[in-house]
Design a protein around this ligand. Structure first.
Ligand code: SF4
Length: 79
């Protein structure tokens, strides 16, 4: 079964909100206005979440102006 992982490099986030507009199911801005992956694990400055279907996360990644959202399919980066 294919597995997906999504990661946000929160240090690079400019708080534009595009990811929340594209994919509110998974993304929100935290109290400091930085993008946060709902129910994710935080490692250092990055949020990581594994999922069975990347859903709208790919749209969020493509819409990020600083390309700080990464989507992996079976360990390989697809965005
Ligand atoms: S689209 Fe990128 S820069 Fe904009 S809020 Fe989301 S993670 Fe941050």
């Amino acid at each position: 079964m294919t597995t997906y992982k999504v990661e946000i490099e929160r240090k690079k986030c400019t708080s534009c909100g595009n990811c929340v507009d594209e994919c509110p199911e998974f993304f929100k801005l935290d109290e400091n206005g930085i993008s946060h992956l709902k129910e994710s694990e935080r490692t250092g400055d990055n949020d990581k979440l594994e999922m069975a279907d990347s859903g709208c996360c790919l749209d969020a990644a493509l819409g990020c102006p600083v390309m700080c959202i990464h989507v992996y399919e079976d360990g390989e980066e697809i965005s």
